[in-house]
Design a protein around this ligand. Sequence first.
Ligand code: ADP
Ligand code: MG
Length: 456
Amino acid sequence: MTNEELWNRALSEIELAVSRANFATWFKDTHILDHKEGTVTIAVPNGFAKEWLENKYHKFILKSIRTLIPEVRAVNYSISTAADSRNKNAQTKAKIEKEANFNNQEQLEFKDFYVDPATNLNPKYTFDNFVVGSFNDLAYTAALAVIKNLGKAYNPLYIYGGVGLGKTHLLQAIGNSIKTNYPEKKVHYLTSEKFSNELVSSIQNMTIHNFKEKYRDVDLLIVDDIQFFAGKTKTQEEFFYTFNTLYDAGKQVVFSSDRPPKSISDIEERLRSRLEVGVIIDVGEPEYEARLAILKSKAEEKKIDLSPATLEIIASLVQKNIRELEGALNIIGMQTKHKNRTLTADEVKSVLNKNARPKNAVTSSQIIKIVSDFYDIQEKSIFERTRKHEVVKPRQIAMYLIREDLQGSYPYIGQKFGGRDHTTAIHAYLKIVGELKTNSKLEEEIKLIRDKYQQK
Ligand code: ADP
Ligand code: MG
């Protein structure tokens, strides 16, 4: 296994267990610098990342590497200028600091990223902490039927719905419940991507036989996010056989996806028809009562002390998904602690609006158009080489927004604005970041511009 493969595989384990925000912040631009005599050295782009990996994730990183190469005894971290230069422009100090602050408050605990190596399940996802409302009660009921009657009730069980609506939680709760109540049963959880990656490397390493055995020898196989099977012919073929073997042996299979089987494009008909032989259930968006119940339960779990009224405001403002609901709870909890008093309704609203990310997909061209309209300048002047103040400012703001909201690279942004150098884009971005610290009028303007693209 090359260092790159090793790290990619370790990362795909880590990714499953760490929240997306943390993963993106702390594992971005890391790679294995060296691996010899049982010691792996990981290159990190800066001191922040080093500190976080050492203090918060070390055990977990070591564990993920050792499941791949048991001989590894130690992992250490080194700030690498190579990692740095690859990423020199990507992260400004301000941004890193902001994220570090945010994550510090998130109070990571070991349980957030622990995964049981035997099953690949994170024990924190249980039925006990799963709130049931009318948006998900069918899925919940089906899950209970499955654990009572493994392989016999609903097989396969197929649950679908949008992001952050609790699919992974429910799937893992099924696995954890079986593991707790029937320890002799073999349970395995994985994502479709992991299945595919493992298949590819087992072909390369000529261990395909082990691969087949591993997944055909379980009582309960849980495959999350199967929409990613789309377009992967070889994976689909192998999975088809795995599924048939399990199904014929009366073993239980549970799937999740962001859409029903009929809407997954680029999937073989014979596999699609297998996905459809059991029960297909969707989870919708949580209703107000469910959102409130979820907030109460999470607040208790995370020991975030908020007044009932505050929880109600959050429940009425954040409607789309449960992941966002948790994020909002964390932010408000943090601000309340910071201010050492209950926030007013208006404060809660303003904090949540400020942190709201644009929900609608917006393109860089649309951002440029919206910004030009907002400042009432001609769109084409933004691309010109003029230094007129009335054009420079909107140009910088548009660059900033493309960076912040679309994660556009600096070279891309430079290019987009009439073939400018990437340093111009960096300069613009930092300029706005700096101004936002003191200029509340600018902050308000940027919020209004973002509102415009939310409405699109
Ligand atoms: P999905 O897989 O559908 O994208 P997740 O299962 O990852 O969503 O859920 C996102 C977050 O919301 C997780 O932290 C999960 O624990 C929490 N969550 C989702 N549904 C519920 C629920 N019904 N009760 C409590 N927490 C939930
Ligand atoms: Mg999921």
